[in-house]
Design a protein around this ligand. Structure first.
Ligand code: SF4
Length: 235
């Protein structure tokens, strides 16, 4: 078992068993709980001669000093998966690793390095449903943001993605420029819009639209509609 599963006493174990089953399926106790207490003792008729428990570290202890350490609290109850709007749509197999869902992204990053989840780190809407459902209060959205920062700072993401998101961040910080670019984009997008979405973009953007819809710039932006409303209500 992983070293993070060690608890100090049977009393602590009872707390974890109770919250594990309740958070996973709403049961009082999981139906497959097995207590193995070591080798057969003197006078006992049943039990093994020897008992070996292998505690796996596999990089977990190093994580105690890292930004993802909270993920080691995970009981694997699955409550965060049940409430995750992304996981509920695409299911577990789409994540490609042993542990799926929002907590799975963090666990995989811890065990296999952030490069293994460079795309998955962005596969969360950061809605916070997982953190609310988690019985041990793991702040998954905060750590997903940390992970995204690490993927960016260590230049793990492809350069095209870094350039596009860097430019977008600068654009979002300048409202005047943002409005101007939205107007230009509305004109340039015309050949690519179908049913309100950009279906096939050229050049490096084609990778994005090959498997996903990208919402088109609206005919009128929120700010333009707001200005019109202001004019209507102002006497
Ligand atoms: S992160 Fe929390 S809710 Fe998700 S599996 Fe782990 S303990 Fe359960």
């Amino acid at each position: 078992m992983g070293v993070e599963k060690v608890v100090p006493s049977m009393t602590d174990l009872m707390v974890f068993l109770a919250i594990l089953a309740k958070s996973a399926t709403g049961q009082k106790l999981s139906v497959y709980t097995t207590l193995v207490r070591g080798p057969r003792r003197a006078g006992e008729l049943e039990g093994p001669d020897e008992f070996h428990l292998v505690l796996l570290d596999n990089g977990r202890i190093d994580q105690l000093a890292g930004p993802l350490r909270e993920a080691l609290y995970c009981l694997r109850c699955g409550a965060c998966l049940n409430v995750c709007p992304v996981y509920r749509q695409i299911g577990g197999h789409a994540y490609g690793h042993t542990y799926p869902g929002p907590i799975g992204i963090l666990l995989t990053a811890m065990l296999n390095g952030p490069g293994s989840v460079k795309e998955l780190a962005h596969a969360s809407s950061l809605c916070g449903a997982c953190a609310e459902a988690c019985p041990v209060r793991i702040d998954i959205p905060r750590m997903l943001i940390e992970l995204r920062r690490e993927v960016d700072e260590r230049k793990i993401a492809p350069w095209t993605e870094r350039v596009v998101f860097g430019a977008f961040a600068r654009l979002l910080a300048r409202p005047g420029l943002y409005r101007l670019v939205a107007r230009i984009a509305r004109l340039l997008q015309r050949p690519f819009v179908r049913d309100g979405a950009l279906r096939r973009l050229p050049l490096v953007f084609g990778d994005w639209t090959r498997t996903r819809d990208l919402p088109a710039v609206a005919p009128r932006t929120f700010q333009e509609r707001w200005k019109e409303l202001e004019r209507e209500v102002t006497p």
